[in-house]
Ligand binder design. Structure first.
Ligand code: LLP
Length: 444
């Protein structure tokens, strides 16, 4: 479920008409629904309850501190992939021990920050200081990274807790750019190398290497892919046990698809139904489970609000030229991703019943929805059937909560959009729109 819907032809987010948000804060603006974020996190938790997982939200998909705080307050930990995301997670009030840290290129400074060093890291957002202490787990992606973590931990006199990111050799996920666990992927280590490394370094004085991590891809709709990967991980845990190495935690990563269109993406319980039976006994035996969902929680919790600046009819096409484009939401350009787009204010006959490409409603016309950026690849949708749209109208780009704002850029020197978080009838500006001065603030 999400909390974006039409009432009398007007799009609402929870109890707030979206057009009011445009009036107050302008466009382009990302709008998030707190109720949807909480609902999705709750459903994930409920579905996997038997495994008592630590649910670490993948901060990369929607990293606004207020969004992270909403999820921390509903019991989530955080999955981060950089010092910047770690900083955001701490500002959001996440306990360091509830943070897991993946990524192939952690720098020495980032490793020290994650181990608890706070020197030179300024608090922000009114917080007096950042919570102290090391993160819960490093998800290590190479032997050199392990050595780097060991060396920083030794220097700081602490012992890092770590898991090895294993590449279980499953090709999963939508677009080629978001598959991660196949042989040629830069992520993780193949099973044999990971196993050899764990055997060699188990018992290391500076790194407690006691976990396994996997993340097999994104936008995954087929639970069987998890089953295959988890079975491989379990076999690995058993082989390591025979070799005298005890694995205490298993992180299954994220990747659970969101419903962008027709409702055919499986809900969390469809995944849980297949995954939980594989692990329930082991959890009763003491194995701890971590999940890192991003998209499933955030995608449908956000929309991108944009205004149509001009319409243009050439011989071949009708264009809706908007103030949002590939710089605001790059997913259509980069992955050919589908995002449902619809006017914020429509006549009753044009209220959409589904968010799919082909809607059988009267009087629709094919449009290319494009942005202001000087690239032919700058589009939000091509040949999309839409009700008649005139200049000045507002459009909503749906399911834009994940990998929307967090992948936005200032290309063509467009200031970054605003972000708004709605809860009930409460509207909070959680990132103000950038100004022209912001654009050049760091230049000399
Ligand atoms: N854990 C790790 C280690 C990851 O690398 C990712 C995503 C996640 C968890 C969360 O995956 P999710 O549950 O959101 O699928 N920009 C692309 C998606 C890239 C995913 C990167 N890693 C897109 O817009 O589709």
């Amino acid at each position: 479920m999400d909390s974006f819907g039409f009432r009398d032809g007007q799009l609402y987010v929870e109890d707030v008409p979206v057009s009011l948000i445009a009036e107050r804060f302008g466009t382009p603006t990302y709008i998030y629904s707190a109720a949807t974020l909480r609902d999705h996190a709750g459903k994930m938790k409920e579905a996997f309850a038997e495994l008592k997982p630590r649910l670490c939200f993948a901060a990369k998909c929607c990293s606004n501190v207020a969004v992270l705080r909403t999820l921390v307050q509903s019991g989530c930990g955080m999955d981060v992939v950089s010092g910047g995301e770690l900083y955001r997670a701490l500002l959001a009030g996440c306990k360091p021990e509830d943070i897991v840290y993946a990524g192939v290129g952690k720098t020495a400074a980032e490793i020290r920050f994650a181990l608890g060093q706070r020197d030179g890291v300024e608090p922000a957002h009114g917080s007096v200081r950042l919570p102290e202490g090391p993160i819960g787990c490093f998800n290590i992606e190479s032997e050199q990274e392990l050595a780097a973590i060991a060396s920083e931990a030794r220097a700081m006199g602490v012992r890092a807790v770590a898991a090895v990111r294993v590449n279980p050799g499953v090709k999963a996920g939508g677009h080629e750019y978001i598959t991660t666990a196949h042989e040629e992927s830069k992520f993780g280590l193949p099973i044999d190398l990971a196993e050899a490394m764990i055997k060699r370094f188990a018992g290391d004085k500076h790194v407690k290497l006691s976990g396994l991590h996997m993340h097999i891809g994104s936008s995954i709709t087929d639970p069987q892919l998890y089953v295959t990967a988890v079975e491989r991980m379990i076999a690995m845990i058993d082989r390591l046990a025979v070799a005298g190495v005890k694995i205490e935690s298993l992180d299954l990563g994220g990747g659970f698809a969101a419903d962008y269109q027709t409702g055919d993406a499986p809900a969390p319980r469809e995944f849980a139904k297949r995954i939980v039976p594989l692990l329930a006994d082991r959890v009763r035996g003491g194995l701890r489970i971590v999940l890192e969902p991003g998209r499933m929680i955030a995608a449908n919790a956000g929309i991108l609000l944009t205004r149509v600046l001009y319409t243009k009819q050439t011989g071949a096409r009708k264009f809706l030229i908007c103030d949002a484009g590939m710089h605001t939401l790059i997913r259509p350009s980069l992955y050919d991703a589908f995002h449902f787009i619809w006017p914020v204010s429509v006549s009753p006959q044009h209220e959409p019943l589904r968010r799919s490409e082909a809607l059988e409603l009267p009087g629709l016309e094919a449009c290319d929805v494009v942005g202001p950026v000087c690239e032919s690849g700058d589009f939000l949708a091509k040949q999309r059937m839409l009700p008649p749209v005139t200049p000045g109208e507002l459009l909503s780009v749906f399911a834009a909560g994940a990998y929307g704002m967090s992948m936005a850029s200032r290309y063509n020197s467009h200031p970054m959009p605003a972000e708004v978080l709605v809860s009930g009838d409460g509207v909070q500006l959680v990132r103000r729109r950038e100004t022209l001065a912001d654009l050049v603030a760091h230049e000399r």
